[in-house]
Design a protein around this ligand. Structure first.
Ligand code: GLN
Length: 540
């Protein structure tokens, strides 16, 4: 029997609703329950695949190749449960389905309305395929009061009525701001937010109150009275140094206990937080520090590289060091003089990216890493540009480029027009839609024995997640290998390049996939662990 926990937000966005949901999932797991997390996004886009990382942060890609909201990355990192196409829905998808049904005549001539047709579709999404889990946690994007969120709130309100009360729990995350001039925290915004929620028929069971200061007992009492909950149901959620301490802090403040109590679960299993304590211990007690430069385009918004920064932190956990990330704007690198910032760096990373802007700056940084033997990690675009760098500067391929940003002939990187997955053929061309037409999700790769990558993975067969349109033109393989750039990872048919590495360099690896998506705090991805280690060794 699956129970449902609905997590909504109020007062302001960016309070960490995704992390709160993920941490609650982790706590329930630590008590031996099985969990699943889902995200309901009230925007009209079909998926975040075509949304700008500046606006929306990173696009997280699941094993099955769904482009999803970055909160699903938090869910996976905290619970280690892989998400799928069933776990993220948007208003765009809901309306698509409703309109499709209407065109098919499924509604038998009835008037199609928000209630019940849209809300039914949302409920179907929430309830679908949950039999195997004890708890399904559903986070509603946005904040209460947003017009576009209303159908989602209405759908969960209905579920609250339709399911027995022991099977649902409504959690509301709010802000309790500290007003310096008054020297106290203020509960009014929370009161208003809950009032808004109650006006659409939802009485929260638990309030999670984000605050930079401690909320004292009289303020907790006030929140409880005005919001119609018990004092025990007002959970403090203070700011923390590292997100990985949230499970422990929430547990100490009674979050999971109260959630279980609200669903009338009497015999609560004991909690085991050993794995989280180890992670936090490693983060809080680093032996040293290491400086990694990330040369990218979207450095103004750190959320654009969320999984990447987390994976670097995990690499630090694996080596018990603190990883200091230095963001370098590739557009500001016009010539070699602009590379001064790289001098103090122990490692250089070029992450995934799209489009022409900033490309030449990234190539200059890669050239610097290659020549000065600084550990280099190229991810997706970062690998493609490393291939272009060697082609141009070593192998003499004049004007070597990618058809993504240059229409010249020497496309060392070219548009992929056909590929296979699970015995299905996918095709695309220049005219194809932008959404969902990339090579997406998990694909196998075969690593060459005696290569650095295979020694890092301790395996020759790997599965990693992809999100790209272009591929290395395999016809350049033998020419580039002559100059030391070895193609050490290929697709099983040998046509697609999955990994390259530079001979005679301490650590220079490019991968076509996104290893950061599979890294977890308690099981850091081997490539990130190894890259951080190589960067530490580079300090000596
Ligand atoms: N823009 C490149 C491509 O589409 C790389 C994509 C990426 O880095 N994710 O192939």
């Amino acid at each position: 029997m699956t129970r449902y926990i609905f997590i909504t937000g109020g007062v302001a966005s960016s309070l960490g609703k995704g992390i709160a949901s993920a941490a609650l999932g982790a706590l329930l797991q630590a008590r031996g329950y099985s969990v699943k997390l889902r995200k309901l996004d009230p925007y009209l886009n079909v998926d975040p695949g075509t949304m700008s990382p500046y606006q929306h942060g990173e696009v997280f890609v699941t094993e099955d190749g769904t482009e999803t909201d970055l909160d699903l990355g938090h869910y996976e990192r905290f619970t280690d449960v892989n998400s799928s196409v069933e776990d993220n829905i948007t208003t765009g998808q809901i309306y698509n389905k409703v309109i499709e049904r209407e065109r098919r005549g499924d509604y038998l001539g009835g008037t199609v309305q928000i209630i019940p047709h849209v809300t039914d579709q949302i409920k179907e999404f929430i309830l679908n395929n949950n039999k195997d889990v004890d708890f399904c946690l559903c986070e509603i994007g946005g904040t209460v009061g947003d017009i576009e969120g209303l159908p989602f709130f209405e759908a969960i309100r209905q579920l609250g009525n339709e399911l027995p009360s022991s099977r649902t729990c409504f959690v509301h995350l709010t802000l309790v701001p500290y007003i310096a001039a008054a020297g106290e925290v203020k509960t009014k915004p929370t009161q208003h937010s809950v009032k808004e929620l109650r006006s659409i028929g939802i009485q929260p069971d638990i309030l999670v109150c984000r605050s930079e200061r401690e909320i004292n007992s009289s303020e907790i009492n006030k929140i409880a009275i005005f919001c119609n909950v018990s004092q025990n149901s007002v959970i403090q959620a203070p700011d923390v140094d590292t997100i990985y301490t949230t499970p422990k802090v929430y547990m100490q403040n009674g979050f999971d206990n109260q959630v279980l109590a609200s669903m009338n679960i009497k015999r609560v299993p004991k909690i085991n937080l050993r794995k989280w304590n180890k992670v936090v211990n490693s983060i809080n007690n680093p032996k040293s520090e290491v400086n990694i430069a990330v040369v990218g385009k979207y450095i103004g918004l750190k959320d654009a590289y969320k999984s990447l920064t987390e994976a670097l932190t995990h690499g630090g956990i694996a080596n018990k060091v603190k990883v200091n990330i230095h963001w370098l704007d590739s557009e500001a690198i016009k010539n070699k003089n602009d590379l001064r910032g790289l001098k103090k760096m122990n490692g250089i990373l070029v992450p995934g990216g799209f489009g022409k802007r900033g490309v030449e700056g990234k190539i200059l940084a890669i050239n610097y890493a290659r020549i000065n033997k600084i550990p280099y990690f190229g991810i997706c675009f970062g690998m493609q540009l490393a291939v272009i760098e060697t082609a141009r500067n070593q192998a003499g391929v004049k004007g070597a480029s990618s058809s993504e940003f240059s229409k010249r002939k020497n496309s060392v990187i070219g548009l992929m027009t056909e590929w296979e997955k699970d015995q299905k053929k996918f095709t695309r061309d220049d005219e194809s839609d932008y959404g969902g037409t990339m090579r997406l999700g998990s694909y196998p790769a075969i690593l060459k024995s005696n290569s650095l990558v295979s020694s890092i993975y301790k395996s020759k067969n790997i599965q990693e997640r992809h999100r790209h349109r272009y591929e290395v033109n395999i016809n350049y393989k033998s020419n580039l290998e002559k100059f030391g750039l070895k193609f050490t990872g290929l697709s099983p048919d040998g046509l697609l390049t999955e990994a390259v590495e530079l001979e005679g360099h301490p650590w220079f690896i490019g991968v076509q996939f996104h290893p950061e998506l599979k890294s977890r705090p308690f099981s850091p991805h081997p490539l990130f662990a190894s890259f951080v280690k190589a960067s530490i060794d580079n300090k000596k």
